[in-house]
Design a protein around this ligand. Structure first.
Ligand code: ADE
Length: 223
């Protein structure tokens, strides 16, 4: 898989992808990730990438010309162009799985008040938000989405089971609480059931606690 991130802040997008599993996935050739500075496609004496809103209003918008030039240079036949924006469809694990089947993604990162709408109409296949809050910069969101996709690629996780046996495999139930050693820490004990070695009972306990946690933290998933 290939991922190109188009942003005014390539370092922000790449920083979280240069460590740990994301670094190993790239070294193993499972994914090729590049970040490009949109300014490299800007023209004119000041290499301007943004401008004032037509019709007035607060803030600046990314201009269409450098974005069109960059995407026309980077895209290929099977490329999907995804704009990171709080106005997009909300990203969920199900979509991460779908996107992990693609050959090439270009993430276009919004900044300021967003991008000129002609970019969305002509170039963007999907507008994507990582949640109902506003970040300063779409490059942060691009790193989040990239991480969620790349960890699903075959070979990216050391233990392949961990991608299956986790929250959102059943998208409507959260994972049960988990414990490690020591068995007793500051007087706090690991639940008795884990010491029994009784697998059916442990599974039953986990199911109950998973439901309880979902009711408590994410009642919306049970509706
Ligand atoms: N840019 C700013 N906020 C964002 C969000 N929540 N998701 C994606 N891109 C964004």
């Amino acid at each position: 898989m290939r991922i190109d991130i188009l942003t005014l802040f390539p370092e922000i997008a790449l920083a979280p992808l240069g460590e740990s599993m994301m670094k190993r996935a790239q070294e193993a050739g499972i994914v090729e990730i590049k970040a490009h500075n949109l300014r490299d496609w800007a023209t004119g004496r000041h290499l301007k990438t943004d401008d004032y809103l037509c019709g007035g209003g607060q803030g600046m918008l990314l201009k269409p010309e450098p974005i069109f030039a960059a995407i026309e240079e980077l895209r290929e036949e099977k490329t999907k162009v995804i704009l990171l924006t709080p106005q997009g469809k909300v990203f969920r694990q199900e979509l991460a799985r779908e996107l992990s089947g693609l050959e090439h993604i270009i993430f276009l990162c919004g900044h300021y008040e967003g991008v000129d709408h002609r970019v969305i109409e002509e170039l963007v296949d999907l507008e994507l938000s990582i949640g109902d809050y506003v970040l300063t910069n779409g490059a942060i969101a691009a790193a989040v989405v990239t991480d969620a996709i790349v960890r699903l690629l075959p070979g990216a996780l050391g233990d392949a089971r961990s991608a299956v046996d986790e929250s959102f495999s059943d998208p409507n139930i959260l994972e049960a609480p988990a414990y490690t050693k020591p068995i007793e820490f500051r007087g706090l004990k690991v639940p008795e059931v884990f010491l029994s070695g009784h697998h059916a009972k442990i599974e039953e306990w986990k199911k109950e606690r998973a439901m309880e946690r979902t009711r408590e933290n994410r009642p919306d998933l049970l509706e």
